[in-house]
Design a protein around this ligand. Structure first.
Ligand code: NAP
Ligand code: G4F
Length: 340
């Protein structure tokens, strides 16, 4: 039985990845912060199968202890400050967690694996996946973006992810670690945090439909993203670590939609005219925007055999339906349910 350690297991992707690995016969450990992390709702359904170990990407020794205790075959580093606007508010912390946190995980693996020298060191047994991001492409240099497209990050988050990406490559080349990154484009689900635009939209649409909210305030409606379903993307993470050699992959659908398209689809799903409810709020426009992201995921398709299964219109409908159901339950219970 293979053993996996997932950092960020309480997040959107961590919960889907944990389910996927459990279904595939893995023993799965999740790294959690704090004595009683309040965010375990997403992995509640796995509580029997999952094991938890405490640790924090800010605390090197906690990561060494966690890797030493779990002795994993595979480490998936999904933990990060992942909300782009927060990265301007807490730029230094974002650098520490999203950037240097990757170095700390790699160091933990190097130390526990007993790899000390450089260059000629023996190949490490622990395989490491880094959650790189299409935000690194930022002000894009070409369309669509592939594994060789230069980075031009537009936020402290994007800059921190670029550091994480390069330090992962550096540990692969310096120490022979099996360390690889997935450069994943935006992926969403009913478990997406409420602050991200698709979930903000689906939740607002449900609340407006049920008479619990009057308007939806948004920033830039013209931004274009390559959005997919998170459940599809965790399959790619696993496939990246299942290859014979560690290689970085771009993962995305190759199809694009604007925020305006997302709004239109979500309101149409409940037969409402979006223009009556959406208010553009300049305060929500970012200091520097990423205008357009579109993946060229040819390598993922041909070498990993990865294909997305859920289209963006299906995804928006899935999210609106989930929020309708959840919001109705909240209304009937006269209070919020444990959410994310
Ligand atoms: P998410 O829902 O925001 O989850 C982030 C996770 O990081 C949470 O489990 C959080 O734990 C954990 N975390 C934050 N700070 C930590 C720290 N100091 N030490 C340990 N854990 C910490 O993110 P996601 O959408 O699942 O994304 C997963 C990863 O993929 C992230 O690295 C993200 O940047 C990257 N990514 C995401 C997308 C996307 O579209 N979703 C695209 C490309 C890349 P708590 O519960 O303790 O807060
Ligand atoms: O949903 P978002 O906040 O996602 P963003 O910034 O693209 O980042 C997500 O995807 C990255 C991969 O490319 C991940 F690495 C990252 O961790 C995260 O998961 O915003 C999407 C777009 C932006 O252009 C934003 O300006 O939607 C636009 N937008 C317009 N109004 C809004 C809003 N975004 C948010 N969150 N809230 C708004 O009211």
């Amino acid at each position: 039985m293979k053993r996996a350690l997932i950092t960020g297991v309480t997040g959107q992707d961590g919960s889907y990845l944990a389910e996927y690995l459990v279904r595939n016969g893995y023993e799965v450990w999740g790294l959690v912060r704090g004595q009683s992390n309040p965010h375990r709702a997403r992995v509640q359904r796995l509580v029997e199968e999952l094991r938890f170990v405490e640790g924090d990407l800010l605390d090197q020794s906690s990561l060494v202890k966690a890797v030493d205790l779990v002795q994993p075959d595979e480490v998936y580093n999904l933990a990060a400050i992942s909300y782009v606007p927060l990265s301007w508010q807490q730029a230094e912390l974002t650098g520490e967690v999203t950037g240097l946190g990757v170095l700390r995980m790699l160091e933990a693996i190097r130390m526990v694996s007993g790899i000390n020298g450089s260059g000629s060191a023996p190949r490490g047994q622990i395989r490491f996946y880094q959650a790189s991001s299409s935000e690194m492409f930022g002000k894009v240099r070409e369309v669509p973006q592939n594994e060789f497209t230069p980075f031009y990050p537009r936020s402290p988050y994007g800059a921190a992810k670029a550091y994480g990406h390069f330090i992962t490559r550096n540990y692969r080349e310096s120490y022979g670690l099996f360390a690889a990154s997935g450069i994943l484009f935006n992926h969403e689900s009913p478990r997406r945090g409420r602050e991200f635009v698709t979930r903000k939209i689906s939740r607002a649409v449900a609340r407006i439909r049920l008479g619990m909210q009057q308007e939806l305030r948004l920033g830039n409606l013209d931004a274009v993203r390559d959005w997919g379903f998170a459940g599809d993307y965790v399959r790619a993470m696993h496939a990246i670590l299942a290859q014979e050699t560690p290689v970085d992959y771009v993962v995305g659908t190759g199809r694009t939609h604007s925020v305006r398209d997302a709004v239109r689809m979500a309101f149409a799903a409940v037969d409402l005219d979006w223009e009556r409810y959406v208010v553009v709020d300049p305060a929500l426009v970012r200091p520097a925007e990423v205008d357009l992201l579109c993946a060229d995921a040819k390598n993922a398709r041909t070498r990993l055999g990865w294909e997305p299964q859920v289209s963006f219109p299906e995804l928006m409908r899935m999210m609106v339906e989930a929020d309708l159901e959840r919001t109705a339950r909240e209304r009937d219970a006269s209070g919020p349910l444990a959410d994310w």
